[in-house]
Design a protein around this ligand. Structure first.
Ligand SMILES: Nc1ncnc2c1ncn2[C@@H]1O[C@H](COP(=O)(O)OP(=O)(O)OP(=O)(O)O)[C@@H](O)[C@H]1O
Length: 285
């Protein structure tokens, strides 16, 4: 998706909160947005998510399905947690049963399964935040916009969200996030931008000492027409050819897990090569 010369001000003749923003985000891009309080980070995320429109410029090629976690989630809805997630899933095109199953699975994964039947307004702040995150994930949207989505989550749920974000990016979703913790998803963002007072958005230097993880390329051969093997780490980026050739790029730390998944699969995969990727190869893989 692309932002072309995007600007936003909240009243005619008023100050520009954002000015001349140009961003080109390929599928599978993870974008971190930084900036001081009140500079316009949430404004930028709302424009990306399509729940607000620019006053100048355009947003093009936005993925059709979008999930958005707002900075403040309206938790006083007259629905149960699962009822709300099911509703959201149906809005994203899932059947009723699939939406309910997926909603329940996300609640479980974030450690809020016991609140499925609790009314939204009766949830604790942290549990409501888990629902806020789950609603953005139901239906695996192609664009995920997270405005301080980790705030209020317990440590387990934060770690789950980190893993889920990496997995969504690896599957080709575009993900944009704001978080006050500079170490959030350290090393993972493809692009970090900083919103400055006055509305200019510039590419920021990565946080010092934070580097992309070393990547490993695994090549394997399976049965022609075989699907991607199950149990690959969420960080794996598999590319499968119709003749059964599989090329897999994973962070070095996950390469053992990926190899185990290939070897455990039935029918099995023949591992052809395992090699570290150079930093630039890793960028384009
Ligand atoms: N709906 C609105 N109507 C009028 N002004 C708004 C509106 N939303 C945001 N603003 C103003 O736009 C500016 C940027 O706000 P925004 O919430 O985007 O900043 P932020 O960087 O996300 O801030 P924070 O870090 O405090 O969450 C602020 O001056 C804010 O008062």
């Amino acid at each position: 998706m692309r932002l072309e010369n995007v600007g936003r001000r909240y009243r005619a003749g008023g100050p520009w909160v954002l000015r001349g923003v140009n961003l080109d985000l390929r599928a599978g891009t993870l974008l971190r947005v930084e900036g001081g309080n009140g500079t316009g980070k949430s404004t930028l995320l709302r424009l990306m998510a399509g729940i607000d429109a620019p006053s100048a410029g355009r947003v093009r090629a936005r993925p059709r399905t979008r999930g958005y976690v707002p900075e403040r989630f309206p938790a006083a809805l007259p629905l149960t947690a699962l009822g709300y997630l099911t509703h959201l899933g149906r809005v994203r095109g899932l059947g009723k049963r699939a939406a309910a199953e997926e909603g329940a699975a996300w609640l479980e994964r974030f450690g809020a399964g016991q609140y499925a039947a609790t009314r939204m307004r009766e949830l604790s702040k942290g549990s409501a935040q888990k629902v806020a995150v789950a609603q953005a994930l139901v239906g695996s949207p192609g664009l995920l916009v997270l405005d301080e989505a980790w705030t209020g989550l317990d440590q387990h749920a934060r770690t789950v969200l980190d893993t889920v974000v990496r997995g969504r990016v690896a599957s080709g979703a575009t993900v944009a996030f704001v978080d006050h913790d500079p170490a959030r998803l350290a090393g993972a963002p493809d692009l970090t931008v900083r919103v400055a007072p006055g509305g200019l958005v510039t590419a920021a230097e990565p946080v010092e000492g934070v580097r992309r993880p070393a990547m490993t390329r695994i090549e394997a051969l399976g049965a022609p027409g075989a699907g991607a093997p199950e149990g690959l780490p969420g960080s794996a980026r598999p590319r499968l050819a119709p003749n059964g050739e599989l090329a897999l790029t994973v962070p070095e730390a996950d390469s053992d897990a990926a190899l185990r998944a290939l070897l455990a699969a039935r029918p099995g995969w023949h591992i052809r090569s395992v090699r570290p990727l150079g930093e630039r190869e890793g960028d384009s893989a």
